[in-house]
Design a protein around this ligand. Structure first.
Ligand code: ZN
Length: 276
């Protein structure tokens, strides 16, 4: 099952269930959008509102998380191309939630950012509150998954001696998420294809089986000392092939369109423009 959040007015959003190329309306969206608890999925399954054509609406990021947690260097080939040692524990950073946009929203590169880069990722969304979840309970706490684009300002990131991530990855519009949430029940989250295509050229391709720390291990690690709440997002990291590690380098440019696809979800597509 797939949950969308779509615009119904200047500052109004509704939730719907995706049915082929149509949306079945499920009522006004709460402030947090679609939070993938078991009860929310059951409610969505029962929705029977008016139908709208998917291509007639503007989609928004489906959930508005309180925490947008990101994982760095979680694929061996990306750690190697970044010339960094493989991490012994997950590398955790955050993006401001104000950087989120939905499918079709425009990524705007700030004037100062001369090395804007793409990172295609799988994101998982927490469906129940947990603290110190382990093993199967950590896996079961995930309620949904989708595509995520960890847009990265390498200039801002690499000009600091510690290569701190948050500033250069949290610019407005630097966190496309969607196009919708997919129910993760019964889905093997360790066997998802992820692919990044920039203006028609495939630049990243991997599978979550190549994650250094899989979803269960990530939930387990993050929830040690930090309560994860329904709606919190964990972006699982990007595979090799980012623009900054290419020869020649391939940064995002005016007019690019970045498509990130995850098996079982579909494609998150966002155009790129430069701030004037
Ligand atoms: Zn990333």
């Amino acid at each position: 099952m797939k949950a969308v959040r779509y615009r119904s007015g200047p500052d109004e959003y509704r939730i719907g269930r995706l049915d082929g190329d149509q949306i079945v309306d499920a009522g006004p969206a709460a402030e947090q959008g679609f939070v993938p608890t078991r009860a929310a999925w059951a409610g969505l399954a029962a929705a029977d509102g008016p139908r709208k054509a998917l291509d007639a609406v503007t989609l928004a990021h489906p959930v508005v998380p309180r925490k947008l947690i990101c994982i760095g260097l979680n694929y061996r080939d990306h750690a190697e191309e970044s010339e960094l040692d493989l991490p012994e524990v997950p590398v955790i950073f955050a993006k401001w939630t104000t950087s989120l946009i939905g499918h079709g929203g425009t990524i705007v590169i700030p004037r100062e950012e001369t090395r804007p880069d793409y990172e295609g990722e799988v994101a998982v969304v927490i469906g129940e509150p947990i603290y110190r979840a382990t093993g199967a309970a950590a896996r079961a706490a995930v309620g949904a998954y989708t595509c995520f684009h960890d847009v990265s300002g390498r200039r801002a990131q690499l000009e600091t001696p510690l290569r701190q991530f948050t500033y250069g990855k949290s610019f407005d519009t630097f966190a496309p998420l969607g196009p919708w949430l997919v129910d993760s029940e019964g889905v093997d989250l360790d066997a998802l294809d992820v692919e990044t295509v920039v203006s028609g050229e495939t630049l990243q391709r991997s599978n979550t089986r190549n994650l250094i720390f899989g979803v269960e291990a990530l939930v387990e690690y993050v929830s040690r000392g930090t309560t994860l709440e329904p709606g919190d997002v964990i972006a699982t990291g990007t595979p090799g092939g980012v623009g900054d590690a290419r020869d020649p380098k391939r940064y995002l440019r005016e007019g690019d369109v970045v498509d990130i696809s995850v098996s079982g979800v579909g494609t998150l597509s966002n155009p790129v423009t430069l701030e004037r």
